[in-house]
Design a protein around this ligand. Structure first.
Ligand code: PGA
Length: 254
């Protein structure tokens, strides 16, 4: 598949995997995907497995991401993890504003904007998640919701920082439900996101930013989703927990 932008497929393991399970998974992914050059492959383990996974993927084509981080650089923030701490383990990416964190931790767009800036300050590339709920979609508010999340969540970034930021479009109703957006639905919103980025930054920046789709991505729907002109990768939850399904998603996307 020939795309304007290099695909980036990331596995969001969420609150799953002991260290031993995490190592089994990445060893398997190294075996299955070791020769893949066409796709940037990223795994996002829980914090407790980051150190060991980091060692296990040294000298491989698999990159490391975190699932969240603090907006602060350090200090009295019990339970938080700073960008600089992630850098110690060669973490390259960090997921920000996942809908589960917006929902359960009450993360706001303003907070996500601070985190995105803190990530760039430490040379981590944020994967900023946006997406509407089912109620919002049914009320015809999808574009308004996504526009607001982009406008506020990316408000502090320079053009250069934006180019090094990944957007993940994850309709909330498609996450963990088995019900993915159709390729047409995804493409429509991805194109809208790119137009919004052009207005907020400029055309050149918008053309370079990679926009992942997330929400019930599986081996069976990966090819069609990745085939859309503005879909530049995937953020995969459930199907990233098994060697077979995650590696098939990557292989089916090439
Ligand atoms: P899912 O999750 O693939 O299990 O739907 C996607 C995500 O939350 O990033």
């Amino acid at each position: 598949m020939d795309k304007e932008r290099k695909l980036i497929i990331a596995g969001n393991w969420k609150m799953n995997k002991t260290v031993a399970e995490a190592l089994d998974l990445v060893q398997g992914l190294k075996r299955e995907l070791g020769s893949v050059k066409e796709v940037d492959i990223v795994v996002c383990p829980p914090f407790t497995a980051i150190a060991e996974v980091s060692k296990a993927i040294l000298d491989s084509n698999i990159r490391l991401g975190a699932q969240s981080m603090s907006e602060h650089i350090g200090g009295a923030y019990t339970g938080e993890i700073a960008a600089g701490m992630l850098k110690e383990f060669s973490v390259r990416y960090v997921i920000l504003g996942h809908s589960e964190r917006r929902q359960y931790q009450g993360e706001s767009d303003a907070l996500i904007a601070k985190k995105a800036l803190a990530a760039h300050a430490a040379s981590l590339k944020p994967i900023v998640c946006v997406g509407e709920t089912l109620n919002e979609r049914e009320a015809g508010e999808t574009e308004a919701v996504v526009a607001r999340q982009l406008q506020l969540g990316l408000a502090r970034l320079s053009k250069a920082q934006m180019e090094e930021t990944v957007i993940a479009y994850e309709p909330v109703w498609a996450i963990g439900t088995g019900r993915n957006a159709t390729p047409e639905q995804a493409q429509t919103v991805h194109a809208f996101i790119r137009r919004s980025l052009a207005a907020q930054f400029n055309d050149a920046v918008a053309k370079r930013v990679r926009i992942q789709y997330g929400g019930s991505v599986k081996p069976a729907n990966a090819r069609e989703l990745m085939g859309q002109p503005d879909v530049d990768g995937a953020l995969v939850g459930g199907a990233s927990l098994e060697i077979r399904s995650f590696s098939d998603i990557v292989k089916n996307s090439i």
